[in-house]
Design a protein around this ligand. Structure first.
Ligand code: XBP
Length: 254
């Protein structure tokens, strides 16, 4: 029986990478008078590295003007990251990051059906709080039975730690939960924790192979384009009943 939906954040709840983190990273570079910027294309490559700090450190290996000493690099990464997160919060406050289509309706479906929800992300708590407080209001946290971020699970996706800790917090077996993810690392993390995954395609991850997932589609806001197909709904979006049906079909197969 499906008892909880485990939500990824970046790319799944909102297009935070392209419209939030990337913009904020570039503004931080500019504010700190650093001589490099990331293009949308370069950021797509860098998303293979989970975590903002880790991404910055990785990129500095190819930046000729980055500090040479490891300690100086780490200190600069910290300065950029703190500022990036402030700027990210400002972008959200300006209203630039709406929830993706169908997300808030699914939140409502879960609340109505008594299906618990958790946040399961590699991003920092402050970023999750900034996004969800802005989109759901100050009481956002009470909507989630557990909120697991980088601070609670430092071994970032594709490591399954964040999923294993979410299951632990919810006291659930993997078969009682379903993850919604957009990125290969997230899918790998959920599957390594034996949690079934629904993949919703996002700007940066439009087409990676998804063997073994319950379903994959372009948007929770539309029943079109899903594999396996979704049933049509009066409002044209994916409902919790559809997720439950995919979940049950997979349980029967296993
Ligand atoms: C996405 C990430 C994060 C963000 C940046 O995590 O990889 O690193 O890009 O966040 P998820 P920080 O898909 O699991 O939500 O700068 O706070 O690390």
């Amino acid at each position: 029986m499906l008892k909880a939906i485990l939500w990824d954040v970046d790319g799944t709840l909102a297009e935070t990478e392209r419209d939030g983190h990337l913009v904020a990273f570039n503004r931080a570079f500019e504010a700190l008078a650093l001589p490099w910027r990331w293009s949308q294309e370069r950021y797509g490559e860098l998303l293979a590295v989970a975590g903002g700090r880790e991404r910055l450190l990785h990129d500095m290996q190819t930046q000729p003007q980055a500090p040479a000493l490891p300690a100086e690099r780490t200190a600069l990464v910290e300065r950029i990251h703190v500022l990036k997160n402030q700027l990210y919060a400002e972008i959200i406050a300006a209203g630039a990051l709406p929830l993706r289509a169908g997300v808030s309706e699914l939140f409502e479906d879960c609340a109505a059906a008594g299906v618990r929800m958790a946040i399961v992300t590699t991003t920092s708590e402050a970023n999750v709080a900034a996004l969800l407080a802005a989109r759901l209001g100050p009481g956002w946290r009470s909507r989630f039975a557990a909120v697991l971020c980088a601070e609670q699970a430092p071994q970032k996706k594709p490591d399954p730690q964040v999923y294993l800790r979410a299951l632990q917090a919810l006291k659930l077996a993997p078969a009682e939960a379903l993850a919604i993810e957009d990125a290969p690392a997230g899918v790998a993390a959920a599957q390594a924790a034996q949690v079934a995954v629904v993949v919703v395609r996002s700007y940066y991850f439009p087409s990676f192979a998804v063997p073994g997932v319950l379903a994959v589609g372009p948007s929770l806001g539309s029943t079109h384009g899903w594999r396996p197909p979704s049933v049509a709904t009066p409002d044209g979006r994916i409902h919790l009943s559809q997720l439950t049906q995919w979940h049950q079909a997979a349980q029967r197969r296993s």
